[in-house]
Design a protein around this ligand. Structure first.
Ligand code: GMT
Length: 379
């Protein structure tokens, strides 16, 4: 198949999923065209089956807001025609599903029919999409998609609750390429980060308010009062500065490393003992899955789709959003004794295997095939 993928090219989970999906689809013999404003961060190699087409939005002083959707839908039309793309898979409803629908309509004028698969990722539904300023257009574009997927059962239920959806929503979870996490790093260069007797706690996110970064710091503060520990904070975003300030105020700044965005997540997870994800809302929690695949147990909130990924008492523990005391106690329960820690590490790895890329990507292929054959019948 010739597949066009539209996504955000940044460090966010939806962009990562779209990129890894495109790479795997190309490995499986499909021709993949990424269409977005920048080369996706995890897309290192372009080749005969992986292409990138940049969407340019020229600045014009009249515009207070540059019309990205317009540029994207024009680019989609051009690329579908030029590369004979058969299906468009758009990740994150806003504004991608809307732009794809416009492209589809324009292509129909030339007698070209290209179906659209929309994948809902989380905040496009729970935080942004359901906002009254966007809701009408988001609902419209979800209903006009030829197939809709969501990354967890929880997100599917949220979508049905928040919008009037006529389409079937197929749950296709986030996935993981386990080979990337069965790394050959022998000592993970752990000694560069911490002493032998220190536990390493890690958090990775885009540092948005929804991630409750202050909770990560407070949980760590409680942990390091009981056992020697270091905290690795990976990512960039608006909550980073306040987090650094809180570390200084609590007198733990020397025990916390702020990495910024990193392309070496696997290396950082390799030397981590515990991952903390206390989000306010989280449709799936790809970062938690990446941690588990590296054998890192997870302390998380029990919100959204996280309980579908992190199993309480198995791959880690779950607590109510904001319950720092519970999260700290459960973290210590895992960390205090090495035998318990290794038990959780192994269980986390086993749980991650349920989301093996080789199990999940074929589900998208089936959706593409069914969508294409339904569209053939409608032609
Ligand atoms: O919140 C993020 O980390 C970024 C966001 C995105 O859209 O890029 O992630 C969402 O999509 C991921 C991939 O499907 C999910 O694993 C995340 O749970 C989801 N984030 C939220 O729902 C807050």
């Amino acid at each position: 198949m010739r597949i066009g993928i539209v996504c955000y090219p940044t460090f966010g989970g939806s962009g990562v999923v779209a990129t890894e999906l495109g790479i795997e689809l190309s490995n499986r013999g499909h021709e993949v065209h990424f269409i977005t404003y920048k080369q996706p961060v995890r897309l290192e190699l372009l080749g005969s089956r992986v292409h990138f087409h940049e969407v340019n939005v020229p600045e014009y002083p009249l515009f207070h807001y540059q019309p990205y959707e317009l540029a994207l839908s024009s680019k989609l039309v051009d690329m579908v025609k030029l590369h004979k793309i058969e299906i468009l898979h758009v990740h994150y409803a806003i504004p991608h599903a809307y732009a794809a629908y416009m492209a589809k309509k324009m292509l129909q004028e030339s007698g070209i029919y290209v179906p659209i698969v929309t994948t809902l990722h989380g905040t496009d539904i729970t935080l942004v999409g359901s906002h009254p300023f966007y809701k009408t257009a988001v609902e419209f574009s979800i209903n006009k998609s030829d197939a809709v997927t969501s990354v967890s059962e929880s997100l599917k239920q949220d979508t049905l609750r928040l919008f009037d959806i006529k389409n079937t929503i197929h749950v296709v979870t986030n996935f993981i390429d386990l080979t990337k996490y069965n790394h050959g790093f022998t000592d993970c260069q752990r000694s560069m980060m911490a002493h032998d007797d220190e536990r390493i706690i890690t958090h990775i996110s885009n540092f948005r308010p929804v991630k409750r970064i202050q909770d990560v710091i407070k949980v760590f503060y409680n942990i390091q009062k009981e056992i020697p520990a270091k905290l690795m904070m990976v990512g960039e975003g608006p909550e980073k500065e306040p987090a650094e300030k809180l570390c200084k105020d609590l007198g733990i700044y020397d025990r916390v490393v702020f990495f910024g965005n990193s392309n070496e997540i696997d290396r950082i997870l390799c030397f981590s003992d515990l991952f903390v994800l206390p989000s306010e809302t989280e449709s799936f929690g790809l970062a938690a899955l990446e941690a588990m695949a590296s054998g890192v147990p997870v302390i998380s909130s029990n919100t959204g789709g996280i309980p579908e990924v992190n199993i309480d008492g198995v791959s880690g523990y779950l607590s109510d959003v904001g319950d720092i005391d519970s999260m700290s106690k459960k973290a210590l329960k895992i960390l205090k004794d090495s035998k318990t820690l290794w038990g959780f590490k192994n269980q986390a790895k086993t749980q991650a295997q349920k989301f093996d890329i080789h199990k999940i990507v074929p589900q998208y292929e089936v959706i593409y095939e069914n969508t294409l054959s339904n569209c053939m019948q409608l032609k």
